[in-house]
Design a protein around this ligand. Structure first.
Ligand SMILES: Cc1cc2nc3c(=O)[nH]c(=O)nc-3n(C[C@H](O)[C@H](O)[C@H](O)COP(=O)(O)OP(=O)(O)OC[C@H]3O[C@@H](n4cnc5c(N)ncnc54)[C@H](O)[C@@H]3O)c2cc1C
Length: 319
């Protein structure tokens, strides 16, 4: 297989990673930052749908984001593998062109095991050493046979599989308000998160939330009651638009607190005022999270540079 550098190497060989100084393991990044007493800043991106979007990402958005030197970027994976190649291509380009560490997301639901293995081997061959292991959301018309054949019903099984394959630092998703489909209550959901960590996850990135008390209750239960020692990093979404955030929270089950909703509605159609307020709110939220001991910030950027760069600058976190 020929890599983007033109070198030939076997899938799964470690030498592809060896030529990429940027391809650091996220668990090492957290360990180093912890020793230095600095929070880890990561930025989440999604693969643009169009060619123009991709050009914009690499020519404008990422250079603007690079000014703040985040510790790593993560690239989402479309439902059912719809962005499979794009996810790997973008993570690969970030490491080669920007010399920054990248993590590729991967979902396992309804995906045959050999396909998952191929993705991981290709990631490894390209020097991508970090995977966010997710279950993903079930498709509307679940093909039960495909689900059975995949062998992955929950993400802890994917974590186990990746750990057995070796060579990756593995992240997993946590839900401060509990996962939307968990009917047994948040403590049960958090115990399941502990199972994912026990299966081999090195760090947790959380779903977005707006009330920091949700994060601190989640963190305290995992650390004090369950004895978890890996970093539990809050996911923060700077609000960009009122309708958009109502849609997102409805989809992922996060709460949009009524006073925050009312405040957003008072801005009416003034999109710029909403975005400015979103940055200010997220900055204060991040400040309080770090003051309360959060190990870092994972910012859902929605492929926009302005909010994340201004939050990081306001908090004096430029790398
Ligand atoms: C930081 C972050 C990034 C994300 N990136 C993506 C992405 O790139 N692409 C994408 O499609 N989605 C993404 N998601 C969304 C994610 O795929 C969904 O939230 C999905 O519904 C749950 O994934 P999971 O890995 O948490 O699943 P799991 O850990 O498998 O949990 C799913 C549900 O199953 C329950 N459960 C877990 N284990 C068991 C068990 N042993 N027995 C019974 N029930 C169990 C849990 O309580 C939960 O309700 C992301 C989410 C986060 C927080």
């Amino acid at each position: 297989m020929t890599s983007a550098t033109g070198r030939r190497s076997d899938p799964g060989s470690a030498d592809a990673a060896a030529v990429l100084p940027a391809a650091r393991l996220v668990r090492d990044i957290y360990a180093e930052a912890r020793r230095a007493g600095r929070p880890v800043v990561s930025i989440e991106l999604f693969p643009p749908r169009t060619r123009e979007g991709l050009v914009n990402l690499f020519e404008r958005t990422l250079p603007a984001m690079q000014a703040i030197r985040p510790h790593f970027y993560s690239v989402t994976y479309g439902a059912g593998g719809s962005t499979r190649d794009k996810t790997l291509d973008i993570a690969d380009r970030i490491q080669r062109e920007l010399h920054a560490t990248a993590m590729a997301h991967l979902t396992c639901i309804s995906t045959p095991r050999p396909e998952i293995e191929r993705y991981l081997l290709e990631a490894r061959e390209r020097g991508i050493r970090n995977i966010l292991a997710l279950r993903g959301d079930p498709p509307q018309n679940v093909d039960e046979l495909a689900e059975l054949e995949s062998g992955f019903e929950y993400s802890y099984q994917l974590v186990t599989f990746i750990r057995q394959l070796g060579g990756f630092s593995i992240g997993t998703a946590g839900f401060p308000e509990s996962h939307v489909a968990c009917t047994e209550g948040k403590h049960v959901d958090w115990q399941r998160l502990k199972a994912k960590i026990d299966a081999g996850a090195d760090f947790v990135l959380t779903q977005l939330f707006f009330d920091n008390d949700d994060y601190f209750a989640f963190r305290d239960y995992l650390v004090d009651t369950l004895g978890v020692r890996v970093p539990l990093t809050p996911g923060v979404l700077p609000i960009l638009g009122t309708q958009q955030i109502k849609r997102f929270t409805a989809l992922c089950g996060a709460t949009l607190p009524p006073p925050l909703r009312a405040k957003l509605e008072r801005f009416g159609d003034d999109a710029e005022a909403v975005a400015d307020f979103g940055i200010e709110f997220a900055t204060r939220q991040c400040e309080a999270l770090l003051a309360g001991g959060a190990p870092g910030l994972h910012v859902y950027s929605l492929n926009r540079a302005r909010a994340v760069t201004s939050i990081v600058d306001s908090l004096g976190l430029r790398g």
